[in-house]
Write a protein of this length. Structure first.
Length: 445
């Protein structure tokens, strides 16, 4: 046994986790939510455009992560890809300021294609530096005694990122935003990742003792986590990812339309305070729950978390009956349902993602980032928006594109999908206690 003390991370390590976790999520918030809003408000409200953008960026992100993960393991380096990647990532966001907005009808398709292509470029860079290199680094520096905490802290980053973007820059993107407002938004938000990358060059360190691994060909490394024999040998790892996949499909059904649902469908104009309450309370709850998960094991938290997520979806869906009647009650219902929904999305990271990291074989940390992207990003970002598109089209039959309303039934669809999380959850919780004890003995023995 190594005698290594588990659970301890140094100050600079935690600063690096938080800095790159937060700034990375600011970039992904732009890509996942504000690019969608940009497409819907400035190009076209037709759901096909948002679906194409999300699906193609997911495909590019997955391939980029497979390549980036293989390169990380083959070179034995993470920091260089993270830091310089963030610098370039910022520039790809700034490039969106050059896109012509409010195109005429005959140019809409061309603009849709342009936005999709530029989104793919942004996703390519972000996936190499964040999804591949940064997530490999996280696996390097964490262990089974602190991964629920680390992954939940990382899961909170999207909320903090949303708070930063929402409170500071959302006014540049709402329904009354001008072309110049959008340009300012992309330039300012692009500068942030670039600066973070430069700071990281002086702050971040790769874990000591990581050596280049070129035992296999690049193609073998590229496809490693997708090979049938690897899946068979590491089946529990893929079961954990399956749980996250189902949860992510449910999330992708509504997330790309969230801003326009609150502002347009629910007709809540003063939504900054309720959204802020949802984010803060969800973050606090998730930190408390993640601490309990690390202390008592994750087994006891799967079923309650899934049930809470389903309940949150149903509560927000049911709020449709209050629209236009009592805004105060509507906001209260939104807050309650939102806390359950967002809190669950955070806690899921401390459950399935942390469990997935536990099962990664030593020396294969980078190679297993690809399968995570396939199941956590690619599949959800194709299936989720397709389901959403079907729901939106069904609710807007015969409606002109400019008059499309995004229905509350998106949350009902998410609730139905979330129910399938019980299947992988039941498998993981049966096997986890014994495996957790084995890992803790290896670290502390």
């Amino acid at each position: 046994m190594s005698g290594k003390k588990s659970g301890t991370l140094g100050f600079k390590t935690w600063v690096s986790v938080i800095l790159f976790g937060l700034i990375g999520q600011i970039a992904w918030i732009i890509e996942n939510m504000y690019f969608s809003r940009f497409m819907q408000n400035e190009i076209t409200r037709e759901p096909y455009a948002t679906t194409l953008m999300v699906a193609f960026s997911a495909i590019v992100a997955t391939l980029s992560t497979l390549i980036g993960g293989a390169i990380c393991d083959r070179t034995g380096k993470r920091k260089i890809f993270i830091c310089w990647g963030y610098v370039i990532w910022g520039f790809t966001i700034m490039m969106f300021a050059l896109i012509p907005m409010q195109p005429s009808d005959d140019k809409i398709l061309k603009m849709v294609i342009l936005v999709v292509v530029m989104d793919c470029v942004m996703s390519l860079i972000g996936s190499v530096c964040n999804d591949a290199a940064f997530n490999t680094w996280i696996t390097d520096i964490s262990d089974t005694s602190n991964r629920a905490r680390v992954d939940t802290v990382l899961a909170i980053m999207p909320l903090l990122a949303l708070a930063v973007v929402f409170a500071g820059f959302d006014s540049l993107t709402n329904a009354s935003a001008t072309t110049d407002d959008w340009k300012k938004f992309f330039v300012i938000l692009g500068i942030i990742p670039s600066v973070a990358g430069l700071v990281g060059l002086f702050l971040m360190k790769d874990k000591k003792g990581i050596l280049p691994n070129r035992e296999n060909s690049f193609w073998s490394d590229f496809t490693y986590s997708l090979q049938p024999k690897v899946i068979k040998t590491n089946k529990m790892l893929y079961v954990c990812l399956a749980g996250n996949m189902v949860s992510s499909i449910a999330y992708q059904i509504y997330v790309n339309y969230l801003f326009n649902i609150v502002e347009g469908t629910m007709k809540i104009t003063n939504y900054i305070i309720p959204i802020g309450i949802i984010m803060v309370v969800s973050a606090v709850i998730s930190v408390i729950v993640s601490t309990l998960m690390d202390k008592y094991g994750k087994k006891h938290f799967y079923y309650p978390t899934i049930i809470a997520g389903i309940l949150g979806c149903l509560i927000i869906w049911a709020s449709k009956f209050l629209i236009g009647k009592n805004e105060t009650v509507l906001i209260v219902v939104l807050i309650v349902g939102g806390i359950l929904l967002i809190g669950v999305s955070l806690i899921m990271a401390g459950l399935f993602t942390a469990s997935y990291r536990d099962y990664i074989p030593k020396g294969k940390e980078g190679l297993f980032q690809g399968c995570r992207m396939v199941m956590y990003v690619l599949i959800p970002m194709i299936i989720g928006p397709v389901i959403a598109g079907a729901i939106i089209n069904s609710a807007n039959k015969g409606v002109a594109a400019s008059e499309i309303v995004y229905p509350m039934e998106l949350f009902l669809g998410a609730a139905i999908v979330m129910m399938f999380c019980f299947i992988p959850a039941s498998i993981v919780r049966k096997n986890q206690p014994e495996f957790r004890n084995k890992l803790l003995e290896e670290f502390d023995g």
